[in-house]
Design a protein around this ligand. Structure first.
Ligand code: MG
Length: 266
């Protein structure tokens, strides 16, 4: 016997049933009937039980349409056109939807933050426009103090704690997944601000960084504000600040920059 599948146009009554089911599903998560339990063990160092029915749900964030796009709660710092999020950025420095940082005196974000998640895309010049230690030199300074290095790191040679993905002058990246000169590359970073009790450092800053999707810094404790040929120190006792992009006499391009300011419990 041959099986026959019959398709039937839904009547208005059928649609009403479908809507009723959807509404019933939505009300399954109403205030009266939260999913979960109130008789399960308490989690250690927590006010919540295992599967706690009263534990708040996570805030809804719409992800970007494709990987690298800003999610709905991000502050877009550069979308290819708008220069209003930065001190020091004018339309003259925007070329083909990217910032040419050498046409600025450095950039400071108008937004300030404590902790953050950051996405930035960058490209070094196709040909050397400085010596080996300056080809494509730029950098991202969290709070204007702690540098995540940008520099040409495939075709040029610089000391280990000076290549891209380094906490400059302190920690080389765990790997070097650099693309070639002129190619677009990505940083996705999490920055944790330092904590101070008056003048005393209570918790150092930390960085986690993915470079072209490869983990290059993992929860790395930062020794202090970035220095050149000097030991870093926490001289400025600040827990918030802007993002600063370094202008180091090189035509580094930047695009698709967004940030999620965070206040992470630690
Ligand atoms: Mg630099």
């Amino acid at each position: 016997m041959r099986n026959t599948i019959h398709f039937r146009r839904p009547t208005n009554g059928g649609l009403a049933v479908v809507l009723g089911v959807l509404l019933a599903a939505a009300s399954a998560f109403s205030a009266e009937e939260k999913p979960g339990y109130d008789d399960t063990p308490m989690l250690p160092n927590s006010q919540w039980r295992v599967h706690d029915k009263n534990r708040p749900q996570s805030p809804i964030v719409e992800p970007g349409a494709k990987p690298g796009d800003p999610p709905s709660d991000a502050v877009v710092l550069f979308d290819g056109r708008d220069v209003s999020q930065w001190e020091g950025l004018t339309a003259d420095a925007v070329e083909d939807g990217a910032i040419n940082v050498v046409k600025t005196d450095g950039l400071t974000s108008k937004i300030t933050f404590r902790d953050c998640q950051l996405h930035v895309e960058w490209a070094t010049p196709k040909t050397a426009d400085g010596n080996a230690m300056n080809w494509g030199n730029s950098g991202i300074f969290f709070h204007g103090l702690y540098e995540l290095q940008i520099i040409e790191s495939k075709a040029c040679r610089i000391y280990a704690d000076g290549i891209a993905g380094a906490v400059y002058g302190q920690f080389p990246p765990l790997a070097n997944p650099s693309r070639g000169p002129g190619e677009w590359q990505t940083f996705d970073a999490v920055f944790l601000a330092p904590k101070f009790d008056g003048e005393k450092l209570v918790q150092p800053a930390r960085m986690t960084v993915f470079w072209n999707g490869v983990l290059v810094q993992y929860h790395q404790e930062i020794l202090g504000a970035t220095k050149h040929k000097m030991f870093p120190q926490y001289e400025q006792k600040v827990e918030t600040g802007p993002l600063v992009i370094q202008q180091h006499h090189s035509a580094v391009r930047l695009r698709n920059i967004w940030i999620r300011p965070l206040n992470l419990d630690r």
